[in-house]
Design a protein around this ligand. Structure first.
Ligand SMILES: Cc1ncc(COP(=O)(O)O)c(C=O)c1O
Ligand SMILES: N[C@@H](CCCC[NH3+])C(=O)O
Length: 437
């Protein structure tokens, strides 16, 4: 394995990779000093940069300009309204997996005809809402779901636009929890059942078969697995064409990875785009892609302050005010997120391997382990990088910790786009029944 650059040097080398700038040795998101946001809003706070999102989106569109393509942003990666609105204004569609995400996408101004609905457990009310919103496609994940969607559509007197999400049994070479297109995964319809179910959908009076879909996993940095899944889909497309069934779209899902540290290999959008354009040149249908992480991952940082430091028996700990409830990825996947003091240390600052941990009562509550960083001062402001995707979206209030606030930056402007939850809000409308009083 190649050697890791200390995080602050990595950022000095290439701040733009993380959507950041360095001004007088301080980290800025676009033209805004991160210290200002932390001072005014408090920590922990997620900060997102609109320019990075826009640049990523435009890069993808450009890379795929040679063929009709719709980018449906995977809302699950970051469902903040301001982030969705940023993408909606650029013309993005949405990939949703729940009725809640449908509401969010519509509220941000993404029209139904640019929304695709994935997920293995869609419920009748969610299907009804999707049909009422006239979504572009409901991506069916099982034979039972096909019948349920048909039943709901018939009841509402409409034809449901559907695609079959196929499980292409392709190994995307990523974290095992993030591989969704393997035979044993719960996602998608088995290849062997694909043709029969596609014909069933094609012939069903309450359904309109608009396409095929697949999604093989997340944080993929090589074109090969995408091309493998395309080859599997082609087998079905050809088999359907032989039977006179023509499809309007092919949805290849999301999964394009990003760099979380300096040595991470990345698959640049133009290389990915070119590979997909070439491989689909003879396909007479629209391509749909569902990137999430790629568009927003490096557009976000989580700002946190050092609460306490501690010398353990065998280790040094830096205890910060963000925790696994704010950013679950390290605990869940042992994911690496670079951690950098917002006031950048000197390039030759002495490094100490420390565990950066939160205040939650779990051993798994860490943001970094054995990470060589300059020993920070109490109260020092740290930025956890690559936190724009699956950060706030997976946050919880575990330990009755208020959810962090979220801020969007654009140029020299910034705004709180979701304030911190107060503890009274966490108590919400919980109560105890009379018989406990
Ligand atoms: C159906 C579907 N589409 C798109 C995505 C987005 O993935 P990513 O954020 O890796 O692009 C996911 C999550 O892996 C997904 O399950
Ligand atoms: N939550 C994951 C990605 C899951 C993708 C959704 N299917 C992550 O943080 O990397």
């Amino acid at each position: 394995m190649s050697e890791r650059r200390p995080d602050h040097l990595l950022v000095r080398d290439d701040p733009q990779r993380f959507g950041l700038r360095i001004v007088d040795d301080n980290l800025y998101m676009e033209d805004v000093d991160l210290r200002t946001i932390a001072a005014e809003v408090g920590t922990p706070v997620y900060v997102y940069g609109a320019a990075h999102i826009e640049q990523r989106y435009r890069g993808l569109v450009e890379a795929l300009a040679a063929r009709p393509t719709l980018i449906c942003y995977a809302v699950k990666a970051n469902s903040n309204q301001a982030v969705l609105r940023t993408l909606a204004r650029l013309g993005a569609g949405a990939d949703i997996v729940s009725g809640g995400e449908l509401e969010r996408a519509l509220a941000a101004g993404i029209p139904g005809d640019k929304i695709v609905f994935s997920g293995v457990g869609k419920q009748p009310a969610e299907i009804d809402a999707a049909l009422a919103a006239k979504v572009r496609s409901i991506n069916l994940e099982s034979a039972e779901e096909l019948e349920l969607v048909a039943e709901r559509a018939a009841k509402l007197g409409v034809r449901a636009p559907v695609s079959l999400r196929i499980n292409p049994d392709v190994d995307p070479d990523t974290h095992p929890y993030l591989a969704t297109g393997l035979r044993e995964a719960k996602f998608g319809i088995a290849m062997e059942q694909g043709l029969a179910l596609a014909l069933r959908a094609h012939e069903h009076p309450a359904l309109e078969l608009v396409g095929l879909a697949c999604h093989i996993g997340s944080q993929i940095v090589d074109s090969a697995p995408f091309l493998d899944s395309l080859a599997r889909m082609r087998e079905l497309i050809d088999a359907l064409a032989e039977r006179g069934v023509k499809l309007r779209q092919l949805d290849l899902g999301g999964g394009l990875g990003i760099a979380y540290e300096g040595n991470d290999p990345v698959l640049e959008a133009d290389r990915w785009g070119r590979a997909l354009v070439d491989a689909t040149a003879d396909l007479d249908c629209e391509l749909v892609l569902e990137p999430g992480r790629y568009l927003v991952g490096n557009a976000g940082v989580l700002l946190s302050r050092v609460v306490m430091r501690k010398q353990g028996e065998t280790k040094k700990f830096v205890i910060v005010d963000a925790a696994m409830n704010d950013l679950l990825r390290p605990a869940l996947y042992e994911a690496y997120h670079a951690i950098v003091p917002v006031e950048l240390p000197a390039p030759d600052a002495a490094l100490e391997p420390v565990d950066v941990v939160g205040p939650i009562c779990e051993c798994g509550d860490f943001l970094a382990r054995e990470r060589p960083i300059p020993w920070p001062a109490r109260g020092e402001l740290l930025a956890v990088l690559g936190a724009g995707a699956y950060g706030m979206a997976m946050a919880s209030t575990y330990n009755t910790r208020p959810l962090a606030s979220e801020v969007l930056v654009s140029g020299d402007r910034w705004a709180v786009v979701r304030p911190r939850r107060r503890v009274e809000e966490l108590l919400g409308d919980e109560r105890y029944p009379d018989w406990l009083s």
